[in-house]
Design a protein around this ligand. Sequence first.
Ligand code: NAP
Length: 456
Amino acid sequence: MTYKSVNPYTNETFNEYQNASSKEIESALQMAADLAHTWESESRSKRAEILHTVANQLRAQKSSMAEIMTQEMGKLIGESEEEVSLCASIADYFADHADEFLEPTEIETTGASANVLKQALGPILACEPWNFPLYQVMRIFAPNFMVGNPVILKHASIVPGSARKIAQIVEEVGAPEGSLMNLFLDYDQIGEIIADPRITGVALTGSERGGKEVAKAAGENLKKSTLELGGNDAFIVLEDVDKDVLYEVAPAARLANTGQTCTASKRFIVLDSLYNDFIKQLTKAFSQVKMGDPMNRDTTLAPMSSEKAKTKLQKQVDEAVAAGATVVYGNQSVDLDGQFFMPTILTDITSENPIFDQELFGPVATVYRVHSEKEAIELANNSQYGLGSVVMSSDLKHAEKVASQIKAGMTFVNHGWTSLPELPFGGVRNSGYGRELSKQGMLTFVNEHLIYTVEK
Ligand code: NAP
């Protein structure tokens, strides 16, 4: 049995789930295909109403939804609640904007009329990670529900209770059966589903390991895919930064969600003159966190999501130190039973260090000293990844100029990473391809169907 709910604060296993049977998979695929067919001749307005009800239901069930997420992957209860609120706004956003985004586009041409219709592609598979158990699902479900693409969900094996609850909420509000179907699948079953002719595309958010396998299966079967993968996001501190803003933004940019965010700032790149002060202030902030029960609202740093995640991070830090990195703060064991990792600051990381271009998925910051803005930009771009990034400067034009030179899908100026329904989310290089959320995200699994008409 691979699908298990294990509380990373108590280490208690509180639920286990059987994998889906072949019969259940076949039934889900057929239900998805039938529903896609029904939706082809139905207006979107009914689905908009249902999606608003999903949003309201999420708000009504905020506590119970947030609780299961915190129990399964350990995030602070306040963070879980914020995630539920954000997801309700994502549902509302796509319900409100679908007609506008899916409006046919007229193209100017000579001697004919040309229009591009935005039509549903059909059922899709969504493979999602555990770090934002509800948000990752809503990014795919809400736009595709409005487009008319039923979604089969394969959620991460450590958040099965959250996966079930999300599907239940969608069902409870009266969405047609098959709109969002949660299946506990193994990797072979994922391959079989992607190969099935009734599936038209696959979206994966997760690691490169999972991304490569799923993209390979999609390629072999000529299915459209999107990959939202990891990052090694740079946080550039320019000399004209407002220090109050800097020290408010920097610690949270690394530690929110216990550092387990794809767009968390992982490499802090600081100009010479500010370097010592930055290290001092980051150390101060990291030493003030309060680790403990994520259900307790006084706790400010939650455990990591699982023993596996903590062990992997510790191995990376050990390798970094063995290769010459300096531990400025942290990297000591925490006297609590859960999967806690002490916030840690590493410096002196050379380009030969094994972690130089690895994603550290937890509360570990690496800090680099640079001597010029050019060097800062070059270091930021010296990565296999290109997901997010942050530029800190009180001169906004200056910051935006630097931001435009970073090879990433998203750059935030004077603000840590953020996600809102209207903002496109995604990366370049090994951080993946495609975008989720916003109009761009909604058009991913859409047939942009050209109708070219000549009057004769
Ligand atoms: P993961 O191990 O790749 O898992 C993601 C999903 O893919 C899970 O449902 C997982 O199932 C499945 N999966 C994993 N390996 C697979 C394979 N070989 N074949 C088919 N499916 C496979 O990633 P994770 O550790 O859960 O998530 C953390 C990663 O996600 C980080 O790298 C983070 O940066 C990235 N992330 C990216 C974004 C973004 O938008 N760019 C957002 C959030 C997270 P199992 O759980 O059953 O293994």
